[in-house]
Ligand binder design. Sequence first.
Ligand code: FAD
Length: 481
Amino acid sequence: MTKAAIAPIIVWFRKDLRLADNRALAAAASEASVIPLYIREPMESGNGPLGAAQLWWLHHSIKALSDRLEKQGARLTLRSGEPLDVISALARETGATTIYWNRRYDPSGIATDTALKKGLSDQGLTAESFSGQLLHEPMRLQTTTGGPYRVFTPFWRALESKIGPVAPIDAPEQIAAPKSWPQSDRLDDWSLLPKRPDWAATFTEIWTPGEKGAADRLEDFIDGKVADYKRDRDRPAVDGTSLLSPHLALGEISPAQAWHATERLQGDGVATFRKELAWREFSYHLLFHYPQLPQRNLDRRFDAFPWMNADDAFVRWTRGLTGFPIVDAGMRQLWRHGYMHNRVRMIVASFLIKDLLVDWRKGEAWFRDTLVDADPANNAASWQWVAGCGADAAPFFRVFNPVLQGEKFDPEGAYVKRFVPELQRLSPRYIHRPFEAPEAALEAAGIRLGSTYPEPMVDHAVARDRALAAFRKIKGSAEEQ
Ligand code: FAD
């Protein structure tokens, strides 16, 4: 019997918008004809709520997936609604009795999957899920006492010793078509693109969503940048990191593909890169075991933290108008490219939380809306890490000094100048502290503080003392980096 003669299998794509290393797709393609499906789920369901920047990415990623499937003779069906309703209806229409998908590990994704599996089996349908979003299954990796890890290093050791054998698989050579293709929504009707198209227009300066864009990024990294990654990854002016995060976030590439691309390489760069991939795993491990991670302090003592949450301060931070050049450059890079360098993410997050005393959850939400790589696990775990209330977190009393951080990691001010053009002509000596520049230096650079570029919105030394006093209300002692 040909594959087309057997009942087709529905493959539900979610955060795995790729053909290679896609175990659900590979299994289906080896057994029967395939109906690839993407569901626009309601906001509260498994895929959402995605922020505006990531919806832009999703639009282009779905388009790329659809084009790629078409080259293989397959068609991506787009439907909107509750997954159980959509899949049940599609199964009835097409005669499919089996549904495959790759697992997600965020709380709403898990809840959707659990309910779906039961709902489908109640209807006599077969539902099977596969792994592919992570290198490890969070339920399997446990400490010696049987609980989840809360400290990175032992987690990393356990992960490293267990993941060696998991090799990525190729895209299916053939995907057999069903007897007929179901009707599909039109992608454009989903209105995923932002209402202000000029905002996202600058994203394309650096991004190409889709599986090919992801593969090109990986190749570029492995062929060059990885060798100096350990040194360059902390330099925001240098194009020294993989830029894989938005591709990983929607699964256009799997972590196994990224990991295995480094397999025949050696050196500090590779070791550090693998460790960063492991931080992603650690974040998912935390989210899986602490599903409230995006909403609730892991360290519950922070529930009593006296946040100020001043709206005007928050707005100035979002717009990159704080008067601290490294913070402003980061926030404007975020607006321009839907991305921010990791070092600068730490600096701007510390500034919001500790200099402005704004609750980390407000920063997390802003990042979620504006990052193309917004990720429920990495974002929440990283914000909690900076705030000092997360697992294995930087202590709260370690307050980043935005001037010293800028001078250390962007010594020439090249990063600042790229995103804060009004400081373009200021000398490296003052680029991170324009408020200390003599009048003549400012005038020569065409800067009028308070007019062409803001005065600093806080005195960092005073703000730091205020933060530490607030912190002492929930615990003790101080130190500065
Ligand atoms: P590379 O340096 O090339 O690293 C490779 C991959 O490892 C990344 O793509 C990412 O998947 C993972 N990774 C790297 N650093 C971390 C980290 N600290 N924690 C977890 N995983 C990591 N990352 C996101 O993917 N989505 C987010 O929403 C996100 N929010 C963040 C918020 C804050 C406040 C901070 C401090 C960090 C956040 N990160 C987030 C982590 C990190 O900044 C990005 O993963 C990284 O900058 C992406 O660039 P890259 O792909 O070139 O990274």
